[in-house]
Design a protein around this ligand. Structure first.
Ligand code: ATR
Length: 243
């Protein structure tokens, strides 16, 4: 099978026309990244259950005249956490942030049956609204960054803070000793959150490079029916970043 995959930069406000042009070339589908995941949601004719839950689409699958939208971000995160040996089942899991990135991961996290799932956000009202939106899938605690209960086994940074090289202001003791910390952002250098986690007794710390690869692999599967091996890709990208 020959596959061509390339980058396309859509101009702001020109998402639909860019995708239309790509389809006209005979494309099978595409990934969509920020800031177009909501445009992609609106663009599709049908949407998967996980795209509806996430309220955003990162994968378009073209089928003749019709376009199906899916969201592979959440499954990408969960697969990477599994590969990294960061268990969720029966653990106390904290999600920092209540924007689109957080919304995309709550359902697959709840499916893994954590002992407790808590969303903490700089603006507590957004955390409460998010927790309410997922209450039918399981109990989700919510609050501000300054009132996190403490003692979590796994802390996931789904805020946009790392993009601005900032740290969400969370108390020491939020992460239990020997716990795991994961930043959904990927970066060549450890993010402030990753450095904070290392200084707070984390046994395992990772950025989101593996999530990027895993969500891409799931999209590849949607287009081709084949599942690529992901870990060699993660290793190759890490080696390239080190070189
Ligand atoms: P995304 O789709 O990437 O999640 P978003 O919807 O704009 O983007 O949400 C950004 C998230 O990062 C929010 O949870 C935001 O907190 P607020 O809801 O209080 O704005 C959070 N965020 C951004 N910068 C932050 C910072 N410096 N410290 C803590 N949280 C931050």
């Amino acid at each position: 099978m020959r596959v061509e995959y390339r980058r396309e930069l859509a101009a702001p406000g020109a998402f639909a026309s860019s995708v239309d042009a790509f389809r006209a070339e005979g494309a099978r589908g595409c990934n969509v990244t920020l800031p177009f995941k909501l445009d992609a949601f609106d663009y599709c004719d049908t949407r998967s259950a996980r795209a509806l839950r996430a309220g955003a689409v990162n994968t378009l699958v073209f089928d003749g005249e019709r376009c199906h939208g899916d969201n592979t971000d959440g499954v990408g995160l969960v697969r990477d956490l599994q590969a990294l040996g960061m268990p969720m089942q029966g653990r106390r899991v904290l999600v920092l942030g209540a924007g689109g990135a957080a919304r995309g991961i709550l359902a697959p996290l709840l499916e893994r049956a954590p002992e407790r799932l808590h969303v903490a956000n700089r603006t507590p009202e957004r955390a409460a609204a998010l927790a309410k939106a997922f209450a039918d899938l399981g109990e989700v605690g919510a609050g501000g960054l300054d009132s996190v209960p403490g003692g979590f086994d796994l802390v996931l940074n789904a805020t946009a803070a790392s993009l601005g090289d900032a740290l969400p202001l969370i108390a020491d003791g939020t992460l239990s000793a020997g716990g795991a910390a994961y930043d959904l952002v990927y970066a060549d250098e450890p993010t402030p959150f990753m450095r904070w986690a290392r200084g707070n007794g984390a046994a395992r710390v990772s950025d989101g490079l593996g999530m990027l690869v895993e969500q891409a692999a799931e999209s590849f599967y949607l287009w081709t029916g084949r599942r690529p091996k992901t870990r060699p890709v993660v290793e190759a990208l890490r080696a390239r970043a080190r070189a």
